[in-house]
Design a protein around this ligand. Sequence first.
Ligand code: NAD
Ligand code: TYD
Length: 381
Amino acid sequence: MAVSKRNIVITGGAGFIGSHVVRLFVNKYPEYNIINLDKLTYAGNLANLKDVEDKPNYKFVKMDICDFDAFYKLMQEEQIDGIIHLAAESHVDRSIKDPFTFARTNVMGTLALLQAAKLYWESLPEGYDGKLFYHISTDEVYGALKMNKPEGVEPPFSTTASSTEHHLAYGDDFFYETTKYNPHSPYSASKASSDHFVRAYHDTYGMPTIVTNCSNNYGPYQFPEKLIPLFINNIRKGKSLPVYGKGENVRDWLFVEDHARAIDVIFHNGKVAETYNIGGFNEWKNIDLIKVMIKTVDRLLGNPEGHSLGLITYVTDRLGHDARYAIDSTKLQKELGWEPSLQFEEGIEKTVKWYLDNEAWLDNITSGAYEHYYEEQYSNR
Ligand code: NAD
Ligand code: TYD
């Protein structure tokens, strides 16, 4: 697809993955206008983008994606060509406690963006030409895979991150682009629903859309309620590490900057109406990953090996806890030439170092002070 999309809205840009996507686009494409649209919920934090906030091609707009009128006006005023939609409620545990908020933001919010984009783009002489609605989704919509690794076969732990050289770690199947949707949590059900709406706008109205489904991300700026930053923070503070169930659930981890690079490649070269799975062939059992984190944090803090192992505390399992996620990203690798850049060992080292070097960022969030700061900064906008 030709690069004709210059005025771009990235929703959810002050959250974890969105901030990496905004940073990449603002730095890489000085000729684009990048608008970061975010409501700044508890998960949105403008400190994530301090390094780009003064760039001339960057603008922040505080807005709720459910606000159809405001978004339609923004589309008109900024003559938006492309939407990269990441804003969402994203934490499974919160969705179990409060599913309504997830349906509101993830389903109704996505629908509001789609309908506003439809009305605006259909009003233009060129119609949908050179336009794109790119929806960022999760592999969790596919449900859960079985754990049926043959006895005696050890997981690779360090994969080559290449589809031709990896092998299955904990089961005999992957999520493919063709895998039937089968979401289990309120979070994944809401994301699945939003994916269906996006595809419906292509199939019904001809809107150019792309959906991508990515595995678990890790890296800098992740809100410390998710496993990796929560545990790094707790280890440094000597607090207990709540492992759900037996810690045997498997997740497939991708470094967040690799996800952002995939989004760049797909936004520019992806085929309209296609789905791409994004992942690094990097499956880990939670408990093994936790032990690597403990080892890395202890080493970097100068603690003796094994110092923080005693913090592991097995707690009641998450309701409906999905056993295993593992994504096959061969299509993306073969068709668009994307590959993850980091081995997991490098990625986790880089991530732990980042959180330890940015204790003020962590402390600010965990103290809750940042919410008041943003209330003051943006309450009048
Ligand atoms: P996050 O929770 O860190 O950030 C979400 C952002 O969306 C926040 O900045 C928040 O303020 C904003 N937001 C929430 N509700 C909003 C609303 N109503 N209006 C406007 N903004 C709102 O999430 P994340 O982990 O960065 O995930 C981003 C996207 O990627 C989500 O769509 C998620 O489903 C998807 N995804 C995440 C992962 C992962 O491992 N984190 C993996 C695959 C896909
Ligand atoms: P999480 O980071 O919440 O991502 P997701 O649920 O979207 O995969 O959790 C990753 C895994 O870690 C998941 O299997 C749940 C588990 N987990 C814990 O064992 N303890 C925790 O405190 C958290 C937050 C997660």
